[in-house]
Design a protein around this ligand. Structure first.
Ligand code: HEM
Ligand code: HEM
Length: 179
């Protein structure tokens, strides 16, 4: 694959580390952990921020000055980092969260998340992202964004999120964070 992780690291140290951590493990819930995502997924998201297809003012600013090579290099660097395990904070939400993740909700035609994000949340190659060990707050925001259909669109996820209730999104986000 294209991309030089050493060149990516130079940009990480001066720009990305402040929010995503130098090893791609972020501290604040609004900033996603990006360690260990596939190189293809990371590149696709950087490109989507830059073109404005995925709308986020912060990441629009961050990608404005990046070249295509920079984005390949950054994707190569973060794909090689290791995500740290996280523990779900609100354990009361886990039974519903586990049900959605592993079975879905047949009544409202929500499919099992693990079909595309893997039984352990590690994602599947290449365009199906890792969701395990991610901040619950970030996950819940992405589901809400897919459902609203303005800032982030994806054929599969827009359809799925539009069938989910707020309670289901919150519960599955909590479950995912502990995977
Ligand atoms: C999202 C990379 C700098 C804040 C993302 C995502 C990637 C990324 C790949 C999407 C993750 C996913 O879909 O799972 C980078 C790179 C950076 C950088 C390579 C350096 C060039 C920053 C900085 C900040 C920041 C400095 C804070 C000032 C955020 C936030 C999101 C995000 C808040 C989530 C946006 C949303 O809610 O959709 N970043 N980032 N990033 N990043 Fe960055
Ligand atoms: C992206 C959650 C089911 C395919 C995502 C993201 C989340 C998520 C939080 C964004 C990840 C990030 O920003 O790092 C869920 C949940 C599901 C579910 C909770 C079950 C209710 C599925 C299924 C499929 C799928 C069944 C396949 C048919 C995808 C794809 C993306 C994605 C392709 C990447 C979208 C993009 O490139 O912007 N999912 N997912 N997901 N999911 Fe799911």
């Amino acid at each position: 694959a294209k991309g030089d992780p050493a060149k990516g690291k130079q940009i990480v140290d001066t720009v990305c580390a402040a929010c995503h951590g130098v090893d791609g493990n972020s501290v604040a819930a609004a900033n996603p952990t990006i360690a260990g995502q596939s190189q293809q997924y990371l590149y696709s998201q950087l490109k989507a921020f830059k073109t404005g297809e995925r709308k986020n003012p912060t990441m629009l600013g961050m990608t404005a000055g990046l070249s295509d090579d920079d984005m390949h290099n950054l994707a190569a660097y973060f794909s090689q980092q290791k995500p740290k395990d996280r523990e779900a904070a609100d354990k009361a939400l886990l039974p519903l969260g586990a049900k959605i993740y592993r079975v879905g909700n047949p009544a409202s035609h929500v499919p099992a998340c693990m079909a595309c994000h893997g039984p352990a949340g590690k994602g599947l190659p290449e365009q199906f992202p890792r969701v395990g060990s991610q901040h619950a707050g970030y996950i819940a925001k992405q589901l809400a964004d897919f459902k609203a259909g303005a800032d982030r669109k994806n054929l599969m996820m827009t359809d799925i999120a539009s069938r989910m209730t707020d309670a289901e999104m919150k519960a599955v986000a909590e479950y995912i964070s502990g995977l």
